[in-house]
Design a binder for this molecule. Structure first.
Ligand code: NAD
Length: 470
């Protein structure tokens, strides 16, 4: 009997009947074959001189830039990202490629005083095949912020993208046009197979998948980094510019339907709860909800039905626990609040209204665990110290924001928040690709990504002594 072929299919979240990509899954054997192929070309790639590797990355940047409009439209169609953000992601992807095209020329070691005559120096060398396992929410930027440094420093790449973003990854591979960059279609099985075969593993996604990828790589003794979810807090102090803070918080919590690891999930009001609630609800009401292809849209659909239902269930669970929905909680256009039977808006698209909840105890799941969607909670603190304790009281540690005009307060709180990213008067979301990025606690494991930190992760340092022959 011929075994059934497993198809990997991505569908447009705003028009679920629209199949954007459909390809056979690579399977374990396909992943192993891709890694063998990548191993076979890695030596030659690493042996190319720096200028040649830089030129390949610069050509890739030009190709991505030239296809910018088409790529942005594909991102909109495949993952439902609002077009303004999709264009921003394409521009960032070009910048990432150009940045690492230049980093190829950075020093790869340091010369030290030898103990005798001769030379004593360190030299960084590539690790081999980088296995990259990525989520769907930044379908171009995340694969590239891993692949560009991996390639720049002489590794070859096998990318296992999220099934929901397969078309973006395959188009990226066409544009990069490098034998050293391959894409394997698949899901968890293929991701696990890659973690079992690559020489270095970089993962971004949910905590559960990250833990299993990490365990596999650690067991094999290969370097691994895992960037996972967040439960990011924005602390609003009484002296903050409330209108500006509320606008930023609304955008950071609800933009792209809250589907960013750095999205604001908790708003901690310090002694100004009524004003913060009012300003945030008003700012959320100003956000455009609807078709992500419309430049006026900030909040598009959720990635799929299950994601949409998780948000509705979270809102219903909050109400059942005595919480209050300040705004949202429904499928747009439907009259029922969360908890009622769900009907689809206009027959298509996995939309949920941007939802703000309050009145929950700090240990309620919605206050503690990431729900990857447009939902956040307001919490009250009577002092800055209590706000820090609340912000830090979760297992995640990705991003936090503090809104204040008081420099001393900003410095003090900034030093005490246990997240990898700390912003003052700036939203939790948004990342500068030329600085190290990653989370503390259960949000991140195994070294930072991006910026200069990437060289360290994708290479290992060798200490070399050269003495005179006699
Ligand atoms: P996910 O964990 O479901 O999938 C991520 C990738 O891992 C996909 O390619 C998937 O196919 C693969 N995968 C799933 N199970 C696996 C397994 N057992 N072994 C190996 N691979 C496996 O995550 P998602 O739904 O695609 O993305 C959403 C999550 O990603 C959220 O939790 C979000 O916070 C997180 N995220 C984190 C960052 C960050 O940098 N910290 C950035 C973006 C997204």
């Amino acid at each position: 009997m011929i075994p059934a072929i497993k198809l990997i299919e991505s569908r447009s979240p705003q028009a679920p009947a629209d199949i954007v990509a459909s390809f056979p899954a690579a399977g374990e054997a396909g992943v192993q074959a891709a890694v063998l192929l990548a191993q076979a070309v890695q030596h030659d790639w690493a042996a190319r001189n720096a200028a040649a590797r830089a030129a390949a990355l610069a050509r890739a940047a030009d190709a991505v830039e030239a296809a910018g409009d088409e790529l942005a439209a594909l991102v909109v169609r495949e993952v439902g990202k609002p077009v303004t953000e999709a264009r921003g992601e394409v521009a960032r992807s070009v910048s990432i490629l150009r940045y690492y095209a230049q980093q190829v020329f950075d020093p790869v070691g340091a010369v030290h005083e030898p103990s005798g005559a001769g030379l004593l120096f360190t030299r960084r060398r590539p690790l081999g095949v980088a296995g990259l396992i990525t989520p769907w929410n930044f379908p171009l930027a995340i694969p590239l912020w891993k692949a560009a440094p991996a390639l720049a420093f002489g590794n070859t790449v096998v990318l296992k993208p999220a099934p929901q973003a397969l078309a973006c990854a395959l188009r990226l591979a066409e544009l990069l046009d490098l034998n050293e960059f391959q894409v394997v279609p698949g899901g968890a099985e293929e991701g696990a197979a890659l973690a079992e075969a690559a020489d270095v593993v970089s993962f971004t996604g949910s905590g559960a998948a990250g833990a299993s990828v990490r365990a596999a790589a650690v067991r094999r003794g290969v370097p691994v980094q895992a960037e996972m979810g967040g439960q990011n807090a924005a602390i609003v102090l009484p002296d903050a510019d409330l209108q500006s803070a509320a606008a930023q918080i609304a955008a950071a919590a609800m933009g792209f339907a809250g589907q960013k690891c750095t999205a604001t999930k908790r708003i901690i009001a310090v002694g100004n709860g009524d004003e913060v609630r009012q300003a945030v609800v008003a700012a959320v009401a100003r956000l455009g909800v609807g078709d992500p292809a419309d430049p006026g849209t900030a909040v598009g659909p959720l990635i799929d039905r299950a994601a949409r239902d998780r948000v509705l269930e979270a809102a219903a669970g909050a109400v059942a626990a005595g919480g209050r929905i300040l705004t949202g909680g429904r499928i747009p256009g439907s009259a029922r609040r969360a908890g009622g039977a769900a009907t689809d808006w206009g027959g298509s698209g996995w939309y949920v209204e941007p939802t703000v909840v309050d009145g929950l105890p700090a240990d309620h799941p919605l206050a503690r665990e990431e729900v990857f969607g447009p939902i956040c909670v307001v919490q009250d603190a009577s002092s800055a110290d209590e706000a820090v304790a609340l912000a830090n009281g979760v297992r995640h540690g990705l991003a936090s924001a503090v809104y204040t005009r008081d420099l001393d307060r900003a410095l003090d709180l900034g030093a005490r928040l246990d997240t990898g990213l700390i912003k003052v008067n700036a939203p939790t979301s948004g990342v500068d690709f030329y600085l190290p990025f990653g989370g503390e606690k259960e949000s991140g494991y195994g070294g930072r990504e991006q910026g200069k930190a990437a060289q360290e992760f994708y290479t290992s340092s060798h200490t070399i002594t050269i003495s005179p022959s006699s």
